[in-house]
Write a protein that binds this ligand. Structure first.
Ligand code: APR
Ligand code: PHB
Length: 396
């Protein structure tokens, strides 16, 4: 078997890369360990930056998103019992975000890929990367029947997430990893209820962070800061509602709407970056190369930004024979990655309670929140990062 680009992983990064390459006449094969049902059912975040929305639309996979997604022109920071609105659109010259769940993006991309005739192989096992520093890097894997295949590629894209096999295939002597693990997690729930708010609420409270997000007019997505080793069994429904009401309480009469909780999960919080994001003919994209804590919802958007650069660089190579953009892929992608790493870390630090926090630290957080909601300059900084910096201006 032979292809131009071998893609490991059918998450947002791998699937969108396949679509972008297809539109440029470049062949690829996507290998995925899980089944189609599994990847289409995994619950993840749901905030798309303006640039992500535009790219999905330009790539012909934005039709359902445009119909079902919810455009938000503002976001709310709640502290001291009051809500403070950041007017995203007004502060960023009309940019906004779209609330549309990641697994819906996956469903749209899988459908587009299968309508084009693939290839998209589900349920593969034991993928290994061979000969990365030669001109014929190869992917060896087992298909669903257990037969072994070798796929010779011009290039390999490692889009297999944080626990995949691509990143460890880069020799440790050339790989530098930067990591930070946070001393808390998020407890996430899906609830059958109408929206209690028109815009997302990020709340800071002395008992910890809470986030009110949405999925549709019938389903709401809520999060609570929790212990990193909490399990869903530690959180019966009554405890969840009590804690959410306490953290979101205020003197303004706003109150969260309750409903049937039909999904619970605990999400780890970490920051992680590997440098460089390439080795020989292997290029990493998305969670395979970096992780952000979910405060600010940058994970999916960063994966999209990576594959946009990678697809452009591969197209430049195939159409004009120049590999200079490919050579600079890591450097280009990392500028945006580090901006999003900083923003996600900053939002996380401003909004969560730390177990070793002193009253001094608490006062600093409140002062920062007051500044961000009170100063146009500070609010603009939050807004332009939140809606996503324009693609060509990801400042490093
Ligand atoms: N071989 C083939 N596929 C693999 C392998 C492997 N060895 N290991 C993992 N995979 C698959 C996973 O099953 C998953 O479907 O790779 C895919 C990686 O997808 P994601 O983890 O979603 O990563 P990415 O595409 O980079 O998207 C990043 O998704 O994880 C969220 O919060 C994250 O929003 C961010 C976005
Ligand atoms: C979500 O809706 O899942 C969501 C929203 C905003 C975030 C993180 C997650 O910052």
């Amino acid at each position: 078997m032979r292809t131009q680009v071998g893609i490991i992983g059918a998450g947002p990064a791998g699937l969108l890369l396949a679509q972008l390459l297809h539109l440029r006449g470049i062949e690829s094969v996507v290998l995925e360990t899980r089944t189609r049902e599994e990847i289409e059912a995994t619950i993840r975040a749901g905030v798309l930056e303006q640039g992500t929305v535009d790219l999905l639309e330009e790539s012909g996979v934005g039709e359902r998103m445009r119909r079902e997604g919810l455009v938000h022109e503002g976001v709310i920071l709640r502290f001291g019992g009051r809500s403070h609105r950041i007017d995203l659109a007004e502060l960023t010259g009309g940019r906004s975000i779209m609330v549309y769940a990641q697994h819906e993006v996956i469903r749209d991309l899988v459908k587009a890929r299968l309508d084009q005739g693939g290839p998209l192989l589900f349920g593969v096992k034991d993928v290994s990367l061979l000969d990365l520093d030669t001109s014929l890097p190869t992917l060896r894997f087992h298909d669903t029947e257990g037969a072994v295949h070798e796929l010779g590629c011009d290039y390999i894209a490692g889009c297999d997430g944080f626990h995949g096999v691509s990143r460890p295939a880069i020799p440790s002597r050339v790989r530098k990893e930067y990591a930070r693990v946070y001393p808390f997690g998020w407890f996430g729930i899906l609830v059958e209820a109408p929206p209690a708010t028109e815009e997302l609420i990020y709340a800071y409270h002395e008992r910890g962070f809470a986030l009110v997000s949405t999925r549709s007019p019938q389903i709401q997505r809520l999060y609570l800061q929790c212990n990193p080793d909490d399990e869903t069994g530690h959180w019966p429904d009554t405890r969840i509602w009590e804690e959410l009401h306490t953290r979101l309480a205020g003197g303004d009469g706003w109150r969260l709407t309750e409903g049937r909780i039909f999904q619970k999960s605990v999400i780890a919080m970490r920051s992680f970056v590997v440098e460089p994001m390439q080795y020989g003919r292997l290029f990493l994209a998305g969670d395979a190369a970096h992780i952000v804590p979910p405060t600010g919802a940058k994970g999916l958007n960063l994966a999209v930004a990576d594959v946009r650069v990678l697809a452009q660089s591969l197209a430049a190579f195939y159409h004009s024979g120049h590999s200079n953009l490919l050579e600079r892929y890591s450097e280009t992608a990392l500028r945006r990655v580090w901006r999003a790493e900083h923003f996600s870390w900053w939002m996380t630090s401003m909004l969560h309670r730390f177990h070793d926090e002193s009253p001094f630290h608490h006062r600093l957080q409140l002062s920062q929140l007051q500044y961000v909601t009170g100063s146009r300059a500070a609010a603009t900084m939050l807004a332009e990062n939140y809606v996503g910096l324009p693609f060509d201006e990801a400042r490093g």
